[in-house]
Design a protein around this ligand. Sequence first.
Ligand SMILES: N[C@@H](CCC(=O)N[C@@H](CS)C(=O)NCC(=O)O)C(=O)O
Length: 215
Amino acid sequence: MSEKLVLWGVGTSRTIRAHWAMHELGLDYECRPILPRSGETKTPEYTRLNARQKIPLLQDGDFTIGESAAIVAYLSRTYSSPGRSLIPDDPHEFARWLEWCFFIVAELDSTSLYVMRRHGVKQGLAHIYGHAPDVVEKAGQYFRQQLRHVEVALADERRYLMGDHFTSADIILATCLLWAIDYGVGVCENALPYLERVTARPAYKRSAVTNAAAI
Ligand SMILES: N[C@@H](CCC(=O)N[C@@H](CS)C(=O)NCC(=O)O)C(=O)O
């Protein structure tokens, strides 16, 4: 049995990851729909919970954890059951899953899409971090290059990154692919049928509604 689960944050490609994992695992939770760049992450109440002043943030009873990928990994490890599992059991499969999670967060999210977000006018934060069109273009190209690993992984009619097992690595990947499409960065060919498969999942649909709640 879980303690009371409270998830803070809506409205971004990072927050939806945590909502999606909650819905996949069938967990009851309370959503605190605070938004980025609204001042809501900077209040004294929230800063006491999360000194980093970022969303998403999960409270599980007395335990608190931030970072979207860490939250989905924690939920997957703690609340998967034989009927609803978001994480492989086998040690080598687990290591492969971990490799995918780190690759997606480091190479696709932080090094590519978030760089575009920080330095692009269209993408949003150039007024804070500086306008750098060349950097934005190169980050988009780098994203496309890195995607070739995803293209290979999804070849041969593999349904998900871990084969037939939908895991939280797919949650992190799909949110990056949707984010890239939103920025006009092309994705690999087999990413489109993959996205159709994963976004048809009832848990994704429910999480998209929750994540859009206060916007
Ligand atoms: N690496 C972190 C990034 C979290 C992050 O940067 N969140 C942004 C919104 S996407 C935020 O909360 N910014 C604070 C604010 O704008 O108030 C994660 O994946 O959770």
